[in-house]
Design a protein around this ligand. Structure first.
Ligand code: HEC
Ligand code: HEC
Ligand code: HEC
Ligand code: HEC
Length: 181
């Protein structure tokens, strides 16, 4: 009797683990990324992002200018509480997918673009792009794919839309890992 129970338990675990793992990738917040992505050698992604407009994108929604625009669009309540504005100015996700380190005030943050990081942020996974992608890191196939992704927010649905010149904009925010050697 005991053996049968143990065996069925193992079957249940084997069947359950993959679904649970893939359903639970959470947004862990910028601090989890800063830990490894701030040194000169790594490419100072932290500093580059902190200086970019993306880091202040939520704060922008808390201004009087933002509230005026929201009001003109018939949104009741502050812009910083409106889904119609938050969808481009922050990471919008199911509350269940937000880990305690996640902070909406970070605006357009690392994981807004790279995907929820709970499963790919550890060193062993991160060192292999293949593994990281399998654990939820967004893969950009080529430059055209990056541009198309930017345009999911940089488009005419934005009340302050300016023509999106990809090369110029990318130059302002790109944050490569320096080539070794
Ligand atoms: C424990 C350290 C560590 C943490 C934490 C970490 N990373 Fe990484 N990450 C690395 C290392 C190491 C690499 C490999 C860089 C290289 O090519 O030298 C890497 C690579 C990457 C890459 C490039 C993948 C590729 O090969 O194209 C991205 C994008 C990335 N990390 C994003 C993030 C984000 C977003 C977070 C936070 C959710 C994060 N990382 C947290 C260590 C870390
Ligand atoms: C999730 C939505 C979103 C995505 C995706 C996104 N952006 Fe942005 N971006 C914004 C918002 C919102 C602002 C305005 C922030 C502010 O000023 O408060 C902005 C501002 C900028 C600015 C500053 C523009 C200026 O007038 O100075 C640059 C540059 C930029 N983005 C580049 C990019 C690039 C390149 C990509 C793709 C790799 C990208 N963005 C993807 C939402 C996004
Ligand atoms: C489709 C994505 C998108 C949506 C939806 C969106 N924004 Fe933005 N917002 C942007 C981008 C991108 C920028 C940066 C301007 C640019 O470079 O095109 C921006 C810039 C701004 C700015 C700064 C403008 C300036 O030049 O000072 C304010 C304020 C703002 N948005 C408020 C709002 C409000 C309020 C809402 C909701 C009613 C909203 N946005 C909805 C993408 C969006
Ligand atoms: C607006 C979107 C956006 C934001 C915000 C963003 N990234 Fe990226 N990041 C990209 C794109 C697009 C690439 C290029 C992907 C590629 O080359 O495959 C990239 C590349 C990288 C790389 C790899 C660079 C290389 O040379 O291979 C690392 C590491 C990285 N990002 C980490 C971060 C970290 C850490 C943050 C937050 C501090 C962050 N990113 C914020 C869009 C973003």
């Amino acid at each position: 009797m005991k053996t049968i129970n143990a065996a069925s338990l193992i079957v249940a675990i084997v069947l359950l683990v993959p679904t649970v793992a893939s359903a639970q990738k959470k947004y862990v917040g910028t601090k989890s990324c800063f830990m490894c992505h701030q040194t000169e050698k790594q490419g100072k992604q932290k500093d580059i992002w902190m200086k970019s407009a993306h880091a202040g994108a939520y704060k922008t929604l808390t201004t009087a200018k933002a509230d005026e625009v929201a009001k003109a669009k018939g949104i009741s309540g502050p812009a910083a509480g409106a889904k119609e504005c938050l969808e481009c100015h922050t990471t919008v996700a199911d509350a269940k997918l937000l880990d305690k380190g996640f902070d909406i005030k970070d605006g357009v943050q690392c994981e807004t673009c790279h995907g929820a990081g709970s499963a790919y942020r550890n060193m062993t996974v991160m060192k292999s792009k293949e593994k990281a992608v399998a654990e939820g890191l967004t893969e950009f196939k080529d430059e055209a794919a990056i541009e198309a992704f930017c345009k999911t927010c940089h488009n005419a649905k934005s009340p302050f839309y300016k023509e999106f010149k990809f090369k110029e904009y990318w130059e302002k925010i790109h944050h490569p890992v320096p080539k070794a050697g």
